[in-house]
Write a protein that binds this ligand. Sequence first.
Ligand SMILES: C[S@@+](CC[C@H](N)C(=O)[O-])C[C@H]1O[C@@H](n2cnc3c(N)ncnc32)[C@H](O)[C@@H]1O
Length: 398
Amino acid sequence: MNDQPQTTLIQRLLSTVDTMDACARLAREDPESVVAVTIAEVAGRAALYPGPCSPVTVQFDVDVPGAGRIGYLLTVGPDGQQARPGRVDDPWVCVRTDLPALVRDVFGPASPRTGADREVVMKDEPGPAEYRPDDPWLVQRDEATRAAYQVLRACGPYQGDLTTLAMHFGSDKWGGHWYTPHYERHLGRYRDQPVTVLEIGIGGYHDPAAGGASLRMWKHYFHRGMVYGLDVYDKSPLDEPRLTTIRGDQADPAFLADLAARYGPFDIVIDDGSHVSSHVITAFTALFPHVRPGGTYVVEDLHTSYWPEWGGNGTDLADPTTSVGFLKTLADGLHHRDRGHAGSPGPSYTDQNVTGIHLYHNLALVEKGLNAEQANAAWRPRYDPMRDMPAPQRVNGE
Ligand SMILES: C[S@@+](CC[C@H](N)C(=O)[O-])C[C@H]1O[C@@H](n2cnc3c(N)ncnc32)[C@H](O)[C@@H]1O
């Protein structure tokens, strides 16, 4: 399990952006590194937006209060985005900003005024005397304008919906399956929080460079989140800022315990791995204790719970060794005080810490919290009060 070198700095930025004072303090500590990780994040977000058809280099002039100005270059275009320290002579686009404000806009919660204090200066050069649409100066100026819009949008969080992001990155969470609206309904409340997300199953199987669609989707949806992906295959070429891949087996409880100690606790865990029932149950049992109170554990592709080839059972629907059968036991656990504990040693961990189970076609979301509601009081009648009344006196003829 490898950590990316900049992970710690990004985590500190994510957790200290709540006040401008905190941003300013961090910016003064190590301005070069803070500028580097902040503009790397902008570069990653720029890929979400349309940009110029040929490469345009945007210069950032970043003022560090009390410590001068740092120059950084971000080239955007059809071949992607590259960021590096430096300056160019007479750039077409120059973004002037101060570092605490840039850090707040990039790593802080979404705000309606994100970017409002950012100044963009275009090359101050006279254009052609006569208008010709194919004039090279005008073409270049249009490209520069597109680059400016792309980069300015990327200086704040992505504001679109999860389904659009799934389609953008090619995740089958919309299209192959129809999960994203359910996810948005249940996970939308974390969107602006510095959450820790773990998804089991990165995609692309044995090809190290393939897959990662849903991890990228989560990274941009949870714009302040740290996203971890687990797969049995090495997926390290997919690592990028705020997105770390881990190699390991979801069916190995000792490995999962190490993983949780290292990267947890988690706000959200999503199981989109092997979909073998026994693996789903092993992973849930090992990782659910490492979900924060208020967090959510998700299991996808529950259809395999009915397929014997995946360790499922399509005939005995209460079989607790299948994924759905196991989820049904959580529903009984939610009511453990109402059903009593006859024949068992008392409430289990999940009895006490599952507060909600939401089931959709092929998808379950389990909410974590303190399941502390008391059972129905003993003095409440446990018989039908109208049971022995003569028929005419019963309400509504029941
Ligand atoms: C359906 S793909 C994941 C797709 C991805 N979550 C997405 O939505 O883009 C399933 C992945 O789970 C991985 N996998 C299979 N068995 C696993 C196991 N026992 N532990 C961890 N990962 C496993 C596979 O290698 C594969 O890459």
